[in-house]
Design a protein around this ligand. Structure first.
Ligand SMILES: Nc1ncnc2c1ncn2[C@@H]1O[C@H](COP(=O)(O)O)[C@@H](O)[C@H]1OP(=O)(O)O
Ligand SMILES: [Mg+2]
Ligand SMILES: [Mg+2]
Ligand SMILES: [Mg+2]
Length: 375
């Protein structure tokens, strides 16, 4: 072997060794996780600042009668712009679209949303932020760029490939009341949630100390556990659901009786023998609370046959709970299917609980609703 071919072989071996070492030492979805924490932290800062300055005419009512604020639009635009810079090939299933903002009547709202999104984009980078994600000084966008970014959330979803879900403000009614809401982001690959993250700016780090520090991020990567990070800092705590017995359960449910049937939950609760009152809370913050042991059960029982649950309302939270050791199914006992499209399809509700109690709860749900178990 001449010295040139020897060097070529050494170079190939060198490259190969370096590559495999990098792959081995980097956990799957490490970059996506770092990105997601950064994007959700920035969006939480945006929504908190909106709440403090929100005025009455900055909220619209959508076709389904639900409210949407300048904060929802600006936060979706911000995350979408960051995604376009970071993972340009990945499609997005986002809750909001810019249709109403493009019309003449949307002009005032539009200008306010551009200002909010640009303010959030140019905010100084903090540890973990990367310039190539399109954030930091000088990274402003034009009106058209921002509206297009919001509309990149129009992907139809489906069973194959990578896709992100964005719910820029989940629990908009809670947000408007100054109570709980969440900024929610997830990454699905072939309809399986691989990364889920929920930022809860108003949630106490410890629910038993409501006057203590507020603001939590919950994040999970499949196979890597579920962590809580204070919104104010970087330290992480790994969460694991404690063991509950059926009678020691406290359940979590929506504040809004239109979103989840309180009366069905009451029946289920009396079948199980739960005596404690439910913790009522808006948004996917409930999934984060469940993952960290604030109550051992989250029930979401349909109120009208026509409503279809959206994938952005459950994908991140579902992974948080599973990674903390819980089980999430519908009332038939089937896993939630994130591959149907933008919705979960026909609505069989959501039953999320610790693994020791899930079977007992499911049985009670089926007794109360008449839904049959499916293998
Ligand atoms: N009729 C409905 N049934 C169930 N969920 C609904 C309904 N209308 C809106 N939602 C969505 O329920 C979620 C809030 O749930 P919760 O009541 O648990 O806080 C939100 O995603 C909200 O949309 P939005 O994101 O627009 O607020
Ligand atoms: Mg909404
Ligand atoms: Mg939502
Ligand atoms: Mg929303």
């Amino acid at each position: 072997m001449n010295s040139r071919s020897y060097l070529q072989i050494r170079r190939i071996i060198g490259v190969f060794t370096t590559r495999s070492f990098t792959t081995m030492s980097t956990r799957p979805f490490a970059l996506e996780r770092q990105f997601a924490v950064s994007a959700v932290r920035r969006a939480c800062a945006l929504t908190s600042s909106v709440f403090n300055k929100l005025v009455k005419n900055e909220t619209l009512t959508k076709g389904d009668k639900s409210p949407v604020t300048v904060g929802d639009y600006a936060a979706q635009g911000l995350i979408s712009i960051m995604l376009k810079n970071s993972f340009p090939a990945d499609p997005i299933v986002g809750e909001e679209d810019a249709g109403e903002l493009r019309a003449d009547e949307g002009k005032v709202l539009r200008e306010r949303i551009i200002d909010l999104a640009n303010e959030a984009l140019v905010a100084p980078r903090v540890e973990g932020d990367k310039a190539e994600w399109g954030i930091g000084p000088g990274q402003t966008k034009t009106t058209d760029e921002l509206l297009d970014a919001i509309d990149r959330g129009n992907y139809d979803g489906g069973r194959t490939g990578r896709m992100w879900t964005i719910d820029p403000i989940d629990g908009t009614k809670g947000f408007l009341r100054g109570e709980q809401y969440a900024v929610c982001l997830s990454l699905l690959v072939d309809a399986q949630v691989q990364l889920g993250i929920i930022g809860c700016p108003n949630l106490p780090l410890d629910l038993s100390n409501p006057d203590g520090e507020r603001g939590c991020i919950f994040v999970a990567v499949r196979g890597q556990g579920c962590q809580q990070i204070p919104l104010s800092g970087a330290s992480e705590t790994t969460l694991s659901m404690p063991t509950f017995t059926p009678s020691s359960l406290t359940f979590l449910e929506s504040v809004e009786a239109m979103h989840s049937s309180h009366s069905t939950s009451d029946i289920i609760s009396s079948i199980i023998g739960i005596t404690r009152p439910p913790i009522r809370m808006d948004s996917q913050a409930k999934y984060g609370c469940l993952a960290r042991g604030d109550g051992g059960l989250y029930l979401r029982m349909p109120t009208n046959a026509g409503y279809r649950e959206k994938i952005w309302d459950h994908a991140p939270g579902c992974l948080l709970v599973e990674e903390a050791g819980g089980i999430v199914t519908d009332s038939r006992g089937l896993p939630l299917d994130f591959g149907v499209g933008r919705t979960l399809g026909e609505n069989y509700g959501v039953v999320a609980a610790g693994k020791e109690v899930h079977a007992v709860v499911l049985d009670a749900v089926q007794q109360a609703t008449g839904v049959k178990a499916k293998a």
